[in-house]
Design a protein around this ligand. Structure first.
Ligand code: GDP
Ligand code: MG
Length: 658
């Protein structure tokens, strides 16, 4: 008989849940060496011993108290009674803290299997664990695995199936002492008799006693509410909460003392590196230097490929224009599709190089240090500690960055982070920078990229500060970030991650940008009979409508058109420039731009593209995460005004200098 088993992967952040999920299901979710990468649950399947195992990867969580949105996702998923077996992924080198969550799962009455991951690291350190005695201690089967090496997975699957079939009822790991246990039993009995408390009345009882859940949340029944309120009266919730935490740790220590000997820490090298790279004064310069090097390479290492691809597209466009009939089709393909998509695709090598380097930095663990340094600065400025990690994700695309803010408990801090995240420059803006910096600042292009990304960070942090002190006044909460150990990046993961970004870029080029290019071409050709791309065409009309507003920034009407369409996706800015400037007689895109733009206006344009209105996808994410049109609109208006001011300053100052 084919059986279906629902399992959930749960565990602290950064313990290898997603690695395990990928290893089991063969999918390729993003794996990152820092907390907070997975914010939504993901599902996949694995067949084993004739059973279908349905696997849900949950966001990382230290506890099930459900204070932050991502903890809530994990808590709700388990309380819904969905998983048949909960597989907790444990970092074997950090047992004590990881097992805290286990005690809560057992309070919920879940069937738990412990996947003791990173066994390779534990072995390297010389840890010794009596696996049998350890499993027996709390009656929780444990299996040693290494998700990245694919070790122990069969054993884990076997154990999941045998645990699923096991009919015995799991029992709590921790005895909270006569008084509290008495209270728990009393409240639990009330909940049960009233049909409340969901799949785990004991867990609900505990949360009520700790004051984490309110009576109103637990039941709608007025009679039961009154009874519960009476029972909870006189209970000092904070004291219960602290007591429970203590007892949990006592139980953990007692189990580990009997079954586990920790090996000697060999992190001295790692610690030595950390002392330097997270140093109070040296940390930031090192981070900035690394960033500068990254962008220098992004520009220079990719340049030969960029030129080659560019030549290829120029040849292709010329070929089409000469050989395709009728003329309008040749123009649509050559001046529209090929010029537009081609001008975006040439920058694929830059994207690949940049994301290869970022993936390497991330997997090695350095990026966590960078986040640590930034966090320290931001916390000093009175910003919320957890803000920078979500922002870092924005280097790829701002949408996941906006979603990653779910790790932030406090609603106002979260909103602040959502509103400032889009200023972290995403990969869609890179082509604009590479194109313009390559034309106007060829000797310092890498530095120009670096400065733009840096400006993005400054604007993000500055906006966050502004919001905190004006419209979203709020307290800050301290956040202690832990630094993951340095790890040798795995080539396969790194390449996959680079390719993920690259293929996303290609897909966008084939869809959004192609469509955008053709629309711009069409508008540039209409009404029929006007000279293509001339000021009499429809784009000319649109462009001239906004030109007066953009003149103080040094932008001509073509740039105005490109910016309007760039609202859909920022790559389209370059795509439209390709379509519009390609029309300048006989010259390639770069020469055409060099002829009709000046260095100050190019600099202003790069700054404007960095800051102005988040793209449609990012706005949709903002709308979804804030649940508010008001904030979405605010984001558009605020960033337009800010972009305008910044570009104005850059242009006017540029005119004075150059
Ligand atoms: P998650 O946050 O729990 O989903 O963790 P990830 O799957 O994103 O992994 C976090 C980091 O741990 C990544 O750098 C992985 O490559 C690394 N990692 C995961 N499993 C193992 C393992 O078994 N051994 C070692 N050495 N590293 C691992
Ligand atoms: Mg994950």
């Amino acid at each position: 008989m084919v059986q279906e088993i629902n399992i959930a992967l749960i565990g602290n952040p950064n313990v290898g849940k997603t690695s395990l999920f990928n290893a089991l299901t063969g999918s390729r979710q993003h794996v990152g060496n820092w907390p907070g990468v997975t914010v939504e649950k993901k599902t996949g399947e694995r067949r084993h011993q004739g059973s279908t195992i349905k696997i849900t990867d949950l966001p990382g969580t230290y506890s099930l108290e459900a204070r932050s949105p991502d903890e809530k996702v994990a808590n709700a998923h388990i309380m819904s009674g969905h998983p048949d077996v909960v597989v907790q992924v444990v970092d074997s080198t950090n047992m004590e803290r990881n097992l805290y969550l286990t005690t809560q799962l057992l309070d919920m009455g879940q069937k738990v299997v412990l996947a003791l991951n990173m066994s390779d690291m534990a072995d390297a350190r010389g840890d010794r664990l009596d696996l049998k005695a350890f499993s027996k201690g709390w009656g929780v089967p444990a299996v040693r695995i290494s998700a990245t090496r694919g070790e122990g997975l069969e054993d884990l699957l076997d154990t999941i199936i045998s645990t699923f079939k096991d009919r015995s009822v799991p029992s709590p790991a921790v005895n909270f002492g006569a008084e509290i246990e008495g209270n728990i039993s009393e409240v639990e009995a009330m909940l049960r008799s009233g049909g409340a408390g969901g799949t785990s009345p004991r867990w609900t009882a505990i949360r009520l006693l700790e004051g984490i859940e309110k009576v109103e949340e637990a039941t709608a029944d007025a009679g039961l509410r009154a009874k519960l309120t009476a029972a909870l009266e006189g209970v000092d919730r904070d004291e219960v909460e602290m007591d429970l935490v203590d007892r949990r740790y006592v139980a953990i220590t007692s189990l580990l003392d009997r079954t586990y000997v920790r090996g000697s820490e060999k992190r001295s090298l790692s610690d030595a590196i950390d002392r330097v790279v997270t140093h109070k004064y040296l940390g930031l310069p090192i981070f900035l230097t690394m960033m500068w090097g990254l962008f220098e390479l992004t520009f220079t290492a990719a340049q030969p490929f960029v030129s080659a691809i560019g030549l290829g597209f120029e040849w292709l466009a010329a070929f089409v224009v000469e050989n395709v009939q009728p003329d309008w089709l040749a123009s649509m393909l050559g001046d529209g599709a090929i010029a537009g998509v081609g001008s975006v695709l040439v920058f694929l090598p830059n994207i690949l190089v940049m994301f290869l380097l970022i993936a390497l930095l991330e997997a090695s663990g350095y990026l966590s240090r960078a986040a640590f340094i930034m966090d320290r600065i931001m916390t000093k400025m009175g910003l919320h500690g957890k803000s920078f990690i979500p922002m870092l994700l924005g280097l790829g695309c701002n949408v996941p960055a906006i979603m990653a803010t779910r790790t932030i408990e406090d609603e106002k801090s979260r909103l602040i982070t959502i509103l400032s995240a889009p200023y972290i420059s995403c990969s869609a803006r890179l082509p604009v920078y590479v194109l313009l910096a390559g034309i106007f600042f060829p000797d310092n292009a890498g530095t120009a990229l670096f400065l733009l990304y840096l400006l993005g960070i400054v604007v993000a942090v500055g906006s966050a500060l502004l919001f905190r002190h004006t419209i979203l006044k709020s307290e800050t909460s301290p956040f202690i970030m832990e630094l993951p150990p340095y790890r040798l990046p795995r080539l396969k993961n790194t390449i996959l991650q680079m390719w993920d970004r690259g293929s996303m870029y290609l897909r966008k080029a084939g869809t959004f940008i192609l469509a955008g290019a053709i629309i711009v071409w069409l508008l540039a050709s209409l009404p029929w009979g006007v000279e293509y791309g001339s000021e009499e065409s429809l784009v000319g009309a649109i462009g001239h409508l906004i030109e007066p507003f953009l003149a103080p920034l040094g932008f001509d009407w073509r740039i105005g058109v490109a910016l309007v369409f760039g609202f859909i996706a920022k790559e389209i800015v370059v795509g439209s420039l390709g379509v519009l400037y390609g029309a300048v007689e006989g010259a390639g895109l770069e020469e055409a731009i060099a002829l009709s733009m000046s260095a100050p206006s190019a600099a202003a344009l790069m700054v404007f593209v960095l800051i102005y209105t988040p793209c449609v996808a990012a706005l949709a994410a903002i709308r979804k995460e804030t649940g508010s049109w008001k904030w979405t609109l605010f984001s558009v208006v605020y960033s337009l005004i800010l972009a305008y001011i910044a570009a104005f300053i850059v242009y006017q100052v540029g005119l004075l200098i150059w």
